[in-house]
Ligand binder design. Structure first.
Ligand code: ZN
Length: 82
């Protein structure tokens, strides 16, 4: 009977897809980010980018910021005024 074989093949394919779908989420949870210390590009002060922030920027496909929070806020205010 070929019907049983087809069912088994479908089941196998389904299981394979489950495993594949599972992988990306699992790795992103397991992979921890270590806080980075950086020199601000504007004021040269050392600021820290927490693991949560790194995760946030990478999820959005952005680079981690080169400026400290204060300088980023300042730049944002200047941009909004213009
Ligand atoms: Zn700064």
């Amino acid at each position: 009977m070929s019907f049983g074989d087809e069912e088994r093949r479908k089941e196998w394919r389904r299981k394979k897809e489950e495993v594949n779908n599972d992988l990306p989420t699992r790795t992103s949870i397991v992979m921890p980010y270590i806080p980075i210390e950086k020199n601000c590009a504007d004021c040269a002060r050392i600021f820290e980018i927490s693991s949560g922030e790194q995760d946030f920027f990478r999820r959005k496909g952005l680079d981690v910021p080169r400026r400290c929070k204060e300088c980023r806020i300042k730049r944002k205010e200047i941009r909004e005024k213009n």
